[in-house]
Ligand binder design. Structure first.
Ligand code: BG6
Ligand code: MG
Length: 222
């Protein structure tokens, strides 16, 4: 029987994945590197600095930046992103999520947030969901970001439940890899192009139901 859910934030609870994309696109343009949606799929879920590294690696002619310059570009991206998330309101919670969180609560399952974002608490606060989770994996506590399983394993250890009894919900390829790597049941939101490793995949959050997830979990377990 599942005991806990661990949710990603950006692109799962609210559409901040789009804001990260817009911010990186702008930074990329300033660096002369095109950040398209295909490249963006490989940025989802990974840390700010790793995202910048992946953008730099996609440049048609190699750009070599000093550590200090990289820090400045990363800070600039965060400034652009910071402006975009200022406007977030409770109505920006993605369709189906509030109902699902409520159903999870009523089923007496534990609920954690596992985000790589240092802006996670601010975003949750703007959404009015800061107290909706039993535990939040703080990006600052994690040594290895997604696709490493540490984010998810950290939550399971905090709850004292085995990984096999946890369900992770993610919109990123790196995140699904992290959930599977932790030995948890992975729920993907998005397209099979990038999320083919998800154990259960839906195209968008409005299609998520606790019953649907539980049924898929049980089928996977047998
Ligand atoms: C993840 C996002 O949740 O957080 C990534 O999917 C982002 O796109 C990462 O790079 C780090 O976020 P932040 O807010 O600390 O730059
Ligand atoms: Mg995400």
């Amino acid at each position: 029987q599942p005991k806990a859910f661990i949710f990603d934030l950006d692109g799962v609870i609210t559409d901040t994945a789009e804001f990260h994309y817009l911010a990186w696109k702008q930074i990329g343009a300033e660096l002369g590197i095109e950040v398209d949606r295909e490249l963006n799929e490989r940025l989802k879920g990974v840390s700010r600095m790793e995202s910048l590294e992946r953008i730099l690696a996609a440049a048609s002619r190699p750009l070599s930046l000093s550590e200090g310059e990289k820090e400045r570009w990363a800070a600039q991206k965060n400034a652009v992103y910071g402006q975009l998330i200022e406007t977030i309101r409770p109505s920006d919670v993605l369709p189906g999520i509030e109902g699902l969180l409520k159903d999870i609560r009523e089923a007496n399952l534990l609920l954690a947030l596992g985000s790589a974002s240092r802006n996670a608490k601010f975003v949750l606060e703007r959404l009015g969901l800061l107290s909706a989770f039993d535990y939040i994996v703080d990006a600052g506590q994690i040594r290895f970001g997604k696709p490493h399983p540490e984010t998810f394993v950290n939550a399971a250890e905090h709850f004292g439940v085995p990984c096999e009894a946890c369900i992770g919900v993610e919109d990123s390829e790196a995140g699904i890899e992290a959930i599977n790597g932790a030995g948890m049941f992975s729920v993907g939101i998005g397209s099979p192009d990038s999320l083919r490793q998800a154990k259960y995949l839906v195209s968008d959050t409005s299609r998520l139901t606790l019953d649907g997830i539980m049924e898929a979990y049980r089928k996977n377990a047998v």
